[in-house]
Design a protein around this ligand. Structure first.
Ligand code: SF4
Ligand code: ZN
Length: 727
């Protein structure tokens, strides 16, 4: 390591040690050693400390031993003239820095200033970590940029951040320079901040960078199967899987160096806009470790190169920025120029296939008023009719492409979209209008992205956008007939009438033994892939993660076990899984990766099961919250008595059918019950028990088995008189 950086990082670590020691002593005096400390709603304690050393910090009294480890890791400041070819001492000082800063941030949660304040978000909880972490591995977001300091002006800050967003990266900011921060600069010119737009202001001080690196440590433990304390595995997982880097704007202080050295441990390089000494290959990072003096208009490109990130983005010919980072953007009524749908006007989307010679690729037409024909704040009817053709296109794929329209349109900066089919609601902002966005551009987006993202099934795309009442009404009727036809077709499909199931092994990138077997009546546990989706995905990419499995001879009809499925699972789980049952959670259930929408857990006292969804943060009758449950069930494991599932499966006829099925459900969070209300009711009626849903307890009834049992008895819950579930 360059001598200057080495001594600067070590000096920084020493300064931090002095400060945090004083802060900790003060806190110990004020609150005592039994004062609880930690970040909100996480099962990973202070995650960097936990991941690297296995030490659990739960109370203030747990901190001094960690400080001792940090002190031992930090070497004495070397003489300035000492040159060493090794990164070692600087890296250790960097790691020590992160431990100490985690303690400092945790103390802030007790003693202030509060890490969550105004635009500052502080630590991300486990719900966010899992949701977003999954995107890192499935490629929706390749990684994150830890953005430190501030730009010369808000416009430069915005330019850099947009460029990062367009590369689908998360932007996590911490640290200040020149009296301000990137986050405040963005806020000052009205850029939307928060998890929805992927621009996350962690904190003003550089120390809040531990929220970024702590996220990375948790991802390794949650998805990568790294055990707490196995620092090598935690670090290697990040180097190989998470495309992250540090981008510094402004003068690099000793403390910044110390944090940069901490990040290099993970294989995350630093790219600076100031002329600091560089650390070139090789060692930990894939390429260079520190690259400096990069002009602002090249800094993002450079960072992406240095981290070795290959990003393919379909260029969308519209006058604004485009990328998934803009999907979470909201458009308030005051900021809206025109809207469509949302019960104000009729609006629908419809994708239909045609023969190759019936579709004129690239033809986009608006029939009816364009944006310039409407007054500000107005509304128009909307019918987006997309005709596609392709040699491998099938009618079954229409609904899959149609469902894409939502996120494709949302990807445009300044455009907002909700819903699908004939319950669409979409808005164009004033800002987008000013930049020259037209209604026609909805078509440009759909055309470019369907061709770009689905080259195997889509060869031609033609879009007609109707904005006059008569045509919208006419086409909507036609679309509705088709929607109904599709629904009937999928409703009629059962596991028995289908000979081919599909695998999904997408999640093996982080849970290497995990296999989802997707059947018509049981979708993937992430909720994102049903049988049809997998079928289409196989056509799109025949060597991809979705493979057909002809189910073959049945071994156990009731439990859902088939010869070929077992064979497939064995060969594709790294020979970890000999057999698997689709319809029971008590014996050889399917593996659970990390992205399940819900977890089902057996409750012995109630002779039934509880279901908890990811969004629910409270404790549940099995004694754990969703995040602790996810920690023990996930990672590609098989845990009899527990299983990760997609929401839709709850009301499937095959829902743990070998264990007694739907009537086993004794507890669900209120909110989940509310979301699934109609489907639950429908299923209950199908089973001839229309009052069943009211017999399911929720957190208001109780959060332990003992608390809910009297309720179940009083309501006569069927599970209580069913056969013993545990045999
Ligand atoms: Fe992962 Fe299963 Fe969803 Fe595929 S279907 S992405 S393997 S959870
Ligand atoms: Zn998964």
């Amino acid at each position: 390591m360059s001598k200057i950086i080495l001594s600067a990082a070590i000096k920084g670590a020493h300064a931090i040690h002095e400060r945090v020691t004083a802060r900790l002593d003060e806190a110990l005096e004020k609150y005592g050693e039994n004062q609880e400390v930690g970040f909100p709603n996480t099962a990973y304690y202070l995650p960097i400390i936990y991941g690297m050393t296995g030490m659990k910090v739960e109370k203030l009294g747990d901190c001094p031993p960690v400080m001792k480890v940090a002190a031992e890791l930090t070497p004495p400041v070397p003489p300035e003239h000492l040159w060493t070819p090794y990164l070692g001492p600087g890296l250790d000082a960097g790691m020590a820095t992160l431990f100490m800063e985690e303690i400092e941030e945790a103390i802030k949660y007790v003693d202030g200033p509060p890490p969550v304040d105004g635009i500052w978000l502080g630590a991300a909880d486990d719900v966010i970590m899992r949701e977003r972490g999954v995107e890192f591995v499935d490629g929706t977001a390749p990684g994150f940029c830890a953005l430190i300091g501030s730009a010369p002006d808000p416009q430069t800050a915005e330019k850099i951040v947009k460029e990062l967003q367009e590369k689908n990266l998360y932007v996590w900011t911490s640290g200040h320079y020149n009296g301000t921060t990137v986050a405040e600069q963005l806020d000052s010119i009205g850029v939307q901040l928060g998890w929805e737009t992927r621009i996350v202001p962690y904190g003003i001080e550089i120390g809040s960078a531990v929220y970024s690196l702590g996220f990375a440590a948790r991802a390794a433990m949650s998805f990568g199967g790294a055990q707490p304390g196995d620092f090598r595995k935690v670090l290697l997982y990040n180097k190989n899987r998470i495309f992250a880097f540090v981008l510094t704007l402004g003068e690099v202080t000793d403390e910044w160096y110390a944090n940069a050295a901490g990040a290099i441990n993970y294989g995350f390089p630093t790219i600076a806009d100031t002329p600091i000494p560089e650390i070139l290959p090789t060692g930990i990072c894939t390429y260079e470790h520190v690259v400096s003096n990069i002009p602002h208009d090249q800094i993002v490109q450079k960072a992406v190169e240095v981290r070795g990130l290959k990003i393919q983005v379909t260029k969308v010919p519209i006058p604004m920025a485009y990328g998934p980072a803009f999907e979470g953007e909201r458009i308030r009524k005051e900021d809206m120029y025109v809207q469509f749908g949302g019960n104000i006007t009729p609006a629908f989307e419809f994708v239909e296939m045609k023969e190759m010679d019936e579709v004129e690729d690239g033809k986009i037409e608006v029939v009816g008023p364009e944006i310039d024909d409407v007054e500000a704040g107005g509304a128009l009817p909307l019918g987006i009719v997309v005709h596609v053709a392709g040699r491998k296109m099938q009618e079954d794929f229409e609904s899959i492409l149609e469902r894409q329209v939502h996120h494709l349109i949302n990807g445009a900066e300044g455009v907002w979209h909700m819903g699908q089919r004939d319950i669409v609601w979409t808005r164009i902002s004033n800002k987008a209008k000013d930049k020259g966005f037209k209604i026609r551009d909805y078509g440009e987006i759909i055309h470019a992205k369907l061709l770009g993202d689905f080259p195997a099934i889509v060869d031609k795309v033609e879009v007609t956008i109707y904005t006059n009442e008569k045509d919208v009404a006419e086409w909507e009727e036609r679309a509705k007939t088709k929607y109904a036809f599709r629904d009937e077709r999928t409703a009629g499909m059962t596991d028995e009438t289908t000979d081919i199931f599909y695998s999904c092994t997408l999640c093996q990138s982080f849970a290497p033994t995990h296999v989802c077997v997707v059947t018509p009546e049981r979708l993937g546990l992430c909720g994102a892939y049903n049988w049809l989706d997998c079928k289409a995905a196989y056509e799109i990419d025949p060597t991809g993660p979705n493979q057909p499995i002809p189910k073959g001879e049945s071994i156990d009809e009731a439990k859902g076990q088939w010869k070929n499925v077992n064979e497939f699972v064995w060969n594709n789980s790294g020979k970890n899984l000999e057999r698997f049952n689709a319809y029971t959670m008590m014996e050889d259930p399917m593996t659970s990766c990390g992205c399940f929408e819900c977890i089902v857990a057996f409750l012995p006292l109630c002779n039934g099961v509880m279901i908890v969804n990811r969004e629910h943060s409270g404790v549940t009758p099995c004694g754990m919250s969703f995040s602790s449950l996810a920690g023990s069930v996930g990672g590609g494991n098989v845990t009899p008595g527990f299983v990760g599932i997609g929401k839709v499966y709850i009301t499937s006829k095959k829902f743990i059918s070998a264990d007694g099925g739907f009537h086993r459900i004794v507890w669900m969070p209120k909110e989940l019950k509310e979301t699934l209300k109609e489907q639950l009711q429908k299923r209950a009626e199908e089973l001839g028990t229309p009052d069943f849903v009211d017999k399911i307890a929720d957190e208001e009834v109780g959060v332990t088995e003992e608390e809910i049992l009297p309720f179940l008895e009083e309501r006569g819950h069927p599970a209580l008189t069913m056969e013993q579930m545990l045999t």
